[in-house]
Design a protein around this ligand. Sequence first.
Ligand code: CA
Length: 244
Amino acid sequence: MSLSSNILIVEDEPAIAELLAINLQHAGHCPIRAASAEEALRVIRDVLPDVLLIDWMLPGMSGVALARALRADSRTKGIPIILLTARGEEGDKVQGLDAGADDYITKPFSPKELLARIRAVLRRRAPQLTDELVEMGGLSVDPSSRRALYKKNRRDAVEIRLGPTEFKLLHYLMAHPERVHSRGALLDKVWGDHVFIEERTVDVHIKRLREALSQVQCADMVETVRGAGYRFSAQNRAAQASAA
Ligand code: CA
């Protein structure tokens, strides 16, 4: 990564925060430090970082609560978040990703691994998809305006609120419908770099996408193909429409 990024480190252990800052500086980034979630929120009020590294266990507000708060705020919801933690349980990872973290790194980690993950989340922010609008089964996804709509009929359209990853995922699936995509293939095409991301991440985002689509009764269009992956299909819907 030739560009220098402002990276906010939210870590209460001074030795770890110092080590992170030194490594990030050596890699050409501009580290900013906060010793608590509360301090991080004060820093963010003044300057929006490009990436956040958040320790899970913090005094006061936890790292997961901070991630959730940032995702809930329109000003900060697009900032990539990497959670740092000593916890390695599968349930914790899902909780972290559900809170809105883009990635998860378990201590102890090598500086090389951390930098690679930062590169990956930064790369993911760059839109990898075409700007082509895709319409199918009443759904329309327009990357140029970044809007997803559900058209009940010719006049009434409902906007579907999607996170950036869910938006890209839906756009990709709709651009390649009626085809089974493995988790690995989706990571390649939607995330752009899957070296350090677990396939489980895809399931987390598919779940979120279905939750958003369920608001317009379209969750069933994203099908799970057991042992193979996921498929977008509007065929059932077309059959329903012609029967009605
Ligand atoms: Ca800590």
